[in-house]
Design a protein. Structure first.
Length: 312
């Protein structure tokens, strides 16, 4: 297939069309998830911006994460919602490439940002006396900017590589968005080396930040165990619990989806698993951080009082 023919391809996103009886239920469910995710993360952003108490490195990264989650879920769900209501679920070659790029961009950025947040927690617990000197505004900005730049480079490399391959035969993507594995299955010929390169790149992008997180938390746990009082240990661990929960949810499914050979794929099962890291993680982020965090809950209460009882 020539480059011109390849770029003229129109893909068809299969989505959840194998369950036409469930389309309305899926639409209502996904719409609710999308609205709650966007509103929840917007509230976190507003609360952090409005309360000076939360103008600390930890909440600077949380603000980045909340903005990232809004972008991340907006890449897949709006298009999936349109496809559930439409009989035409086609997407252009360029549109599919753009969707994959932005999905990988925000996903890889989140991997790096979660590692930066783990480093922040490590310094806060293991070096509390030097914490504010080391994690100053400049360092926070550099870590956040590095996460976004790294995410962009990873997405650009992956997307350019995959969409420079020749496509032939079926144009049906058995997924609810342009995900790497279902798109690779439409590539002509033997894709073993292509698949291996994608797995190695994904392993590097996913596992490098994950290893940094593991090292940070092993040092954190070691420091917490040295704290004599139970109350002190609980307080130290509670500052990490929310981040640890998000890391487990995000990495658990991402590692399973990306770092394995194509022969073990089950696209229908992967479609469901993809919902965990592409849809459920963004909606759980504001819930986890607001319910488990005393400072965020306090800031939310103050914001409610300002909005609904301004004279009190």
């Amino acid at each position: 297939t020539t480059g011109n023919k390849t770029s003229a391809i129109v893909f068809v996103i299969l989505g959840f069309s194998h369950r036409p009886d469930m389309k309305v239920i899926f639409f209502v469910l996904f719409l609710c998830i999308y609205i709650v995710t966007v509103l929840g993360n917007l509230i976190i952003l507003l609360v952090i911006n409005m309360d000076p108490v939360l103008h600390t490195p930890m909440y600077f990264f949380l603000r980045n994460l909340s903005f990232l989650e809004i972008c991340y879920i907006s890449v897949t769900l709006p298009r999936a919602l349109v496809n559930l209501l439409s009989s035409d679920t086609s997407i252009s070659f360029a549109g599919c490439a753009a969707q994959m790029y932005f999905f990988l961009f925000f996903g890889a950025t989140e991997c790096c940002l979660l590692a930066a947040m783990a480093y922040d927690r490590y310094l806060a617990i293991c070096s509390p006396l030097h914490y504010m000197d080391v994690m100053n505004k400049k360092v926070c900005m550099q870590l956040a900017a590095s996460s976004w730049i790294c995410g962009n480079l990873v997405a650009l490399g992956h997307t350019t590589f995959i969409f420079s391959l020749p496509f032939c035969g079926s144009n049906v993507i058995n997924h609810f968005f342009c995900e790497i594995q279902p798109v690779l299955m439409l590539v002509c010929g033997d894709t073993y080396w292509n698949e291996l390169q994608v797995i190695l790149a994904a392993a590097f992008v996913i596992l490098m930040p994950f290893l940094l997180i593991l090292v940070s938390y092993s040092l954190i746990i070691s420091s917490i165990l040295k704290i004599r009082s139970v109350k002190g240990r609980y307080k130290a661990f509670s500052t990490c619990f929310s981040h640890l929960t998000v890391v487990t949810l995000f990495y658990g499914t991402a590692v399973f989806i990306y770092i394995r050979p194509k022969s073990s794929y089950s696209l229908d099962a992967d479609k469901v698993l993809s919902l965990f890291y592409s849809v459920l993680t963004p909606i759980l982020n504001p819930i986890i951080y607001s319910l488990r965090n005393r400072e965020v809950k306090g800031a939310l209460s103050k914001m409610r009082r300002k909005l609904f009882h301004p004279s009190s």
